[in-house]
Design a protein around this ligand. Structure first.
Ligand code: R5P
Length: 232
């Protein structure tokens, strides 16, 4: 499946998400190619007269939002986010996610949990029976002592941990941290793993999004499928 084909499924999911957007809302705006489709589609709503404000999860998204006519709230404001919309790298049957393929996981998680409703958009290839295996878990760590932090992650997960690089240098997040990608064969209990990882000093945030997604919108060859999470 080529990226071009998949982008059509991402776009159809993004267009469906427009149904959740109402005039005057504050939106949490995710990062990545699927979120980009959504933000560009919002531009048509704004052009038609809808007033939207947003919180951006990356500089790239801020630029797109600006082009779409969405007024961005300041980083230091309190954000009354109605709906956050973002892509994901993997989604399991309980709607737990791996995110952070683009390195924006920290801001994305802050925005997702701040929203009254979090909508996840994916193409159908990202639904998996369990997290891991086909996508390494991104973990944001501070650079101070990162090798020791990586060792601790390896010891906990019994997996290979690889420092993410970009153009031959360590990749830096917008918060100035590093990302280590953790190649796990299978994540059996994402909630337990996330909790255990958060006990390791040096870890800023993980790409595990547990119990965050309220709505999952999936672009498939047969059309768009929408699922609503049920919480206990
Ligand atoms: O850090 C990046 C984000 O978590 C993205 O939302 C995720 O990687 C999915 O990206 P895309 O929509 O480009 O597949």
């Amino acid at each position: 499946m080529s990226d071009t084909d998949l982008s059509a499924y991402k776009r159809s999911a993004a267009l469906t998400a427009l149904d959740y957007v109402k005039d005057g809302m504050v939106l949490g705006l995710g990062t990545g190619s699927t979120a980009k489709e959504f933000i560009m589609a919002l531009g048509t709503k704004v052009a038609a007269g809808m007033k939207l404000r947003g919180v951006s999860t990356s500089r790239e998204t801020a630029t797109l939002a600006d082009r779409s006519g969405i007024v961005l709230l300041d980083d230091n404001d309190h954000w009354p986010i109605d709906v956050a919309v973002d892509g994901a790298d993997q989604v399991d049957p309980s709607f737990n996610l791996i995110k952070g393929g683009g390195g924006a996981l920290l801001k994305e998680k802050i925005v997702a949990v701040s929203a009254k409703q979090f909508i996840v958009l994916i193409d159908y290839t990202k639904r998996v029976p369990f997290l891991g295996k086909t996508f390494p878990l991104p973990i944001e760590v501070i650079s101070f002592g990162w090798r020791n932090t990586a060792r601790a992650i390896e010891a906990l997960t019994r997996s290979r941990v690889v420092l993410r690089e970009q153009a031959g240098a360590p990749f830096r997040t917008e918060s100035g941290n590093l990302i280590v990608d953790t190649h796990m064969a299978r994540i059996d209990n994402p909630r337990e793993l996330d909790a255990a990882l958060h006990h390791i000093p040096g870890i800023v945030e993980t790409g595990l999004f547990i119990d965050c997604a309220d709505v999952l919108i999936v672009g498939t060859p047969q059309g768009v499928e929408t699922y609503h999470a049920t919480r206990p």
